[in-house]
Design a protein around this ligand. Structure first.
Ligand code: GUN
Ligand code: ZN
Length: 451
């Protein structure tokens, strides 16, 4: 009897604790339906509370009018009223190199000379853990400043570089996925790793970081030309053994690169097929660029549920080519948007969405189309989350999602204030921000935290 009374008291206390820690936001709200359609409420209620494990999650989202009575009558809720602001899912960056934070804007005639002259020499510094920690901290702050709450990130070939980014993300409770780069050939001293040791290090890092707090590990062969067959085979074996870790690499970015892969892997049907031949295509495998694919490749992407990380500012900067959205959709490929810093030109999802729009429009190298603002935004939030196999977890603000979100100030510059005030519908509102926006739009980035 006493036990059941104390259980009841405990339940009441627990309920009170939950109510006390419930936060209700009142603002405009953007989220996405399962089919990718945007759902927008100009006066919305978003309720966030910790679940049983203490993870902050969305518990209700919808129009203020429909939900307010039900939630406001509860005791102890904290109401945060943000008139004139827009709440939206935290952005998901599907491909970025944290060690290339300082490589942004390094000029080179194309990918291969850019790697050789700027990127590899710079990445060689990350054997030094103090240096890596400093860059990782700056990088994480820059992501948050730009409204990015999750990234699938390359570290360098040095295991210390992975510890640095994981530690920096863990400190901020961020959902971050990263991995040690595998590159055991065609790479200079200082970044080249040893085949056997690289695979041992990868497994050690998986065991150290994958699934710890909100962190995930990605097996990370840099790209086919810088790995021996033995290293790719070993990576594929690890991918089979650890089925829920991610895989990330680059594919079909640049024509010189493709010619090189053809020489190095004459047995494979195509550049993409190299990865398939070594067991590196499956769910949770993400291939940056995926520009110069043929129909068979696209079918392979679809059939294996591998995803493309579209990196439009990088493709413009390195003059690599244009991602073909129409053909990707015909094949039913998974994809999402990525900055690809430091080949990419900006950390800002707005700059990336703007470039994606221009890439979609391009109509000489492929058929052009005008991507809708809602679709561009989806590609950098719920679409990118789906590509990671994290739909319903991040990239959205539907009930059940982890509470990673941004508070956007649509009036952050005189021109944006003027343009967004004139918007007659959601597409006009979002497009004004995509075309004119940058980090100034992000007033606050809120990351779900375990209590
Ligand atoms: N291919 C191999 N490595 C890289 C890299 O660091 N950046 C880009 N954009 N492409 C690559
Ligand atoms: Zn890249």
């Amino acid at each position: 009897h006493i036990a059941s009374i104390s259980a009841a008291v405990f339940r009441t206390q627990e309920r009170a604790r939950k109510l006390w820690s419930m936060k209700i936001y009142r603002s405009a709200l953007l989220r996405f339906a399962d089919d990718g359609q945007a759902v927008y409420d100009s006066d919305a209620l978003l309720a966030i509370a910790p679940d049983a494990a203490g993870v902050q999650r969305v518990v209700a989202a919808g129009s203020w009018q429909a939900l307010a009575d039900q939630y406001l009558e509860r005791e102890g809720v904290q109401v945060i009223h943000l008139p004139g602001k827009l709440l939206a899912p935290g952005f998901v960056d599907l491909h970025i190199h944290y060690p290339q934070t300082d490589v942004i804007g390094a000029p080179a005639p194309g990918l291969l000379p850019w790697l050789e002259n700027y990127t590899f020499p710079h990445e060689s510094r990350f054997h030094d853990s103090e240096y890596a920690d400093g860059v990782a901290d700056f990088f994480m702050n820059e992501l948050l400043r730009n409204g990015v709450t999750t990234a699938l990130a390359f570290a360098t070939s040095h295991p210390t570089s992975v510890d640095a980014i994981m530690t920096a993300a863990q400190k901020r409770s961020m959902r971050m996925i990263a991995g040690k780069v595998l590159q055991d050939r065609n790479s200079p001293d200082g970044v080249r790793d040893d085949t056997e040791q690289s695979l041992i290090d990868t497994e050690t890092l998986i065991q150290r970081w994958h699934g710890v707090d909100r962190l995930g590990y990605a097996i990370t062969p840099r790209f086919a030309p810088t790995s021996t067959e033995a290293q790719l085979r070993g990576a594929g074996e690890l991918a089979a053994r650890y089925g829920d870790v991610w895989i990330q690499s680059h594919v079909a970015e640049n024509l010189d690169e493709i010619a090189w892969v053809k020489e190095l892997f004459p047995e494979s049907r195509s550049y993409l097929a190299v990865y398939d031949d070594f067991g590196l295509m499956r769910e949770r495998a993400v291939y940056a660029h995926s520009i110069w694919l043929d129909e068979t490749d696209r079918q392979l992407m679809h059939d294996t549920r591998s995803a493309a990380a579209i990196s439009p500012t990088s493709n413009q900067f390195l003059a690599s080519g244009y991602f073909d959205y129409l053909k990707a959709d015909e094949a039913g490929m998974l994809y999402g948007l990525a900055s690809d810093v430091g080949g990419g030109m900006s950390f800002s999802p707005f700059r990336t969405m703007q470039a994606a729009y221009v890439v979609g429009r391009e109509g000489h190298a492929k058929q052009g189309q005008s991507l809708s603002p809602q679709n561009l935004w989806w590609q950098h939030t719920a679409g990118a989350a789906r590509a990671l196999g994290l739909q319903g977890v991040i990239g959205n603000l539907q009930p059940g999602c982890e509470a990673d979100l941004v508070v956007i100030n649509p009036g952050c510059t005189p021109l944006l204030a003027r343009k967004t005030a004139q918007a007659r519908n959601l597409d006009e509102l979002l497009f004004a921000m995509i075309i004119l926006g940058d980090d100034r739009l992000i007033e606050q980035t809120i990351v779900s935290q375990a209590k």
